[in-house]
Design a protein around this ligand. Structure first.
Ligand code: FEO
Ligand code: CA
Ligand code: CA
Length: 617
């Protein structure tokens, strides 16, 4: 969802465009203008001088020759309308649309506008708002399947009209239907005779807003997570992008959780605290109206004080154990988590890169306390112990990771580490982080760099001299490499791609969001927001070495393209179309035929090269 309606950050930290402009003004190489800026010409002095192999001691990344991207791109003129367009070298199929049964034989919904699912049945169906996901292949000893496994998929959001057919909930049943359409599906899928479908499995399950969850890490047990009512922690919501761990679990990220809370003002006139304001809470939220029938989401109900602190975390899910209680990992901080990219450093510790998607919010990194294998062997979670940092980008192409810890003098006003983590945005403000243009997905490229999409920022007011970043309606992609192989306190950075620079070309796009780097040096880019040249939202593939860019597919009218997962052999790619037609059958009935009158339904696309080659090639 392109949620772009507010600014919660009033900290006054120096915005990123100031830094970029200051750098650009000192570097004559930038005078070449936008065309050169498009592919990383902002390469900083620090990188050229000090960066050889990222400090890792490993061999530097070398691209695998030419023709990394060989497919025929989707032309601009084919990239709009109510149907999917895909490269002529590729084919796609549709999997698990909203309302499909979680398992064969279960309840289902086909988009009939005159009959909606019951809340009870929705809890056993695929949810709506398909977003981040990952495929966990079935394995047995040394065999790893490319044809069967568990797909964990986020259900980020679904508006009331889309899900319930009503502008506003009229009962608790309506609210429960909406809540059950959110969350995560863990669904067993397999390919048979060229077609992927759900299969029966004891591992399949739905996790939604009323599923019991647990807290772990420094904030677990804190009074900041306790309500006067004593209700147990339930649910996950606005599950946006995702991550996955080296030990085989799925991470789902809670983004715009504030929008589901409101204030009925029955007990008292509610006004937000400083912390609630910083997280964007308001009396009407995003108009879901849950708070009117479910007190848990009523900010003005004193019995449920702190309930809102239970959202905004990263949640770990075991795809292979449907009895596991999803765990919220508090050491990774509470903010509007877009996604998380995890990478192992040379000493075995893991680094987790995370974006906080709001205008002028930040990029974070969590580093585990010890090497993850040792921690796991000792029964400790690598996601429970470690240090949370926030990024500060300097003008000279370097940056610093600022620790969000009690021994950081800038955080002396915080009473405890629990408070720092629960109100990580406030801590990051105080630490002096660099406000960014809506950090969305993060990924690790084949060059060892972390990449992050900065989707857009319509409220930026100060233009930079070398590129049209103020306002920045089209977004860009930044990348960085830490000193000491993902765990050091500093980094070097540059701009990989500025979306506006593509607008005169066949590869025009805007508002990059979904992002995944493959091991060959490709970067898959998915968009969410108004596209140039009348294009629908789309997926493109970039070569991180050459900067070459090609359009692999465009979605249907008014959908977002998001979510990326591959089979281990990378012959099958899964991607999602979210909110096709914004729920309006007059725009599209996808995946039902156009003109059928069916409500369009979010769905996963199964994408393959016709010749069976590596996806993206
Ligand atoms: Fe859910 Fe920032 O996208
Ligand atoms: Ca977005
Ligand atoms: Ca997103």
């Amino acid at each position: 969802m392109d949620h772009d309606n507010g600014i919660s950050n009033k900290s006054g930290n120096r915005p990123f465009q100031d830094v970029l402009r200051a750098r650009a003004s000192r570097r004559s190489v930038i005078a070449g203008g936008l065309a050169t800026a498009a592919t990383g010409i902002l390469a900083p002095a620090a990188m050229a001088d000090g960066w050889k192999d990222g400090g890792s001691g490993k061999k530097p990344y070398r691209p695998r020759g030419r023709n990394l991207i060989g497919f025929e791109p989707v032309p601009v003129e084919a990239g709009s309308g109510p149907e999917v367009s895909i490269s002529s070298d590729y084919e796609y199929d549709v999997l698990i649309p909203w309302g499909d049964p979680l398992e064969p034989g279960g309840p289902s919904y086909d988009g009939d506008p005159d009959s909606r699912p019951s809340a009870k049945n929705q809890a056993e169906m695929i949810g709506i708002g398909h977003d981040g996901m990952w495929f966990f292949p079935y394995t047995k000893k040394r065999y790893v399947s490319n044809r069967a496994g568990m797909l964990c998929i986020n259900h980020e959001f679904g508006t009331n009209p889309h899900v319930t057919g009503k502008a506003f909930p009229e009962s608790l049943e309506d609210v429960r239907l909406s809540q059950h359409a959110h969350g995560v599906s863990v669904v067993a899928i397999a390919e048979w005779k060229g077609k992927w479908r759900q299969i029966r499995s004891r591992n399949s399950r739905r996790i939604h807003v009323n599923t019991p969850v647990a807290f772990s890490g420094p904030v677990a047990g804190s009074e900041l997570l306790a309500t006067p009512n004593g209700n147990i922690p339930l649910g996950t919501v606005n599950n946006c992008a995702n991550g996955y761990t080296p030990w085989g679990t799925y991470l789902t990220c809670e983004e715009n959780f504030n929008g589901y809370f409101g204030a009925s003002n029955e007990d008292a006139t509610w006004t937000p605290t400083e912390a609630q304001s910083r997280y964007g809470f308001s009396s009407n939220g995003f108009g879901y109206g849950w708070h009117l029938f479910d007190k848990r989401f009523d900010l003005s109900d004193a019995d449920y004080r702190n309930e809102e602190n239970r959202f905004g975390w990263i949640v770990e899910i075991d795809p292979w154990d449907a009895t596991q209680t999803p765990v919220k990992r508090t050491a990774m901080g509470r903010f509007k988590h877009e996604g998380v990219a995890i990478v192992e450093g040379k000493d075995g510790r893991i680094a987790a890169y995370m974006g906080d998607d709001e205008r002028f919010d930040y990029i974070y990194r969590f580093v585990s306390a010890d090497d993850w294998k040792t921690m796991r062997a000792q029964g400790r979670s690598p996601l429970d112990e470690g240090t949370l940092y926030v990024a500060k980008f300097n003008e000279d192409g370097t940056g610093e990771w600022l620790p969000l810890t009690m021994d950081n003098p800038a955080l002396s006003s915080f009473a405890s580490q629990e408070e720092i983590l629960t109100f990580a945005r406030l801590a990051a403000d105080a630490a002096g982080a660099t406000p960014m243009d809506r950090p969305e997905w993060t990924t690790i490229g084949a060059d060892g760099y972390a990449y992050c999409t900065l989707t857009n920022n319509s409220r930026r007011t100060e233009p930079g001299p070398a590129n049209p970043l103020a306002p920045n309606p089209d977004g860009h992609i930044i990348r960085w490499k830490d000193s000491d192989d993902y765990t050091g306190s500093s980094f070097v950075w540059d701009i990989f791609l500025i979306a506006a620079t593509t607008h005169d070309s066949e590869d025009a796009f805007g508002s990059p969001d979904g992002l995944w780097g493959d091991p060959d040096g490709r970067l898959f880019i998915e968009t969410d927001g108004g596209q140039p040249l009348g294009l629908n939202d789309q997926m493109l593939v970039a070569d991180i070495n050459s900067g070459e860019l090609r359009r692999l597919l465009t979605g249907v009218t008014d959908c977002e393209v998001t979510g990326l997962a591959v089979t281990p052999d990378r012959r099958t790619l899964f991607a999602n179309l979210q909110h096709p037609g914004n729920g309006d059958p007059a725009a599209t009935s996808f995946p039902a035929p156009t003109g059928s009158g069916r409500i369009p339904r979010d769905a996963t696309l199964v994408i393959r090269r016709k010749d069976g080659g590596i996806v993206g090639s």
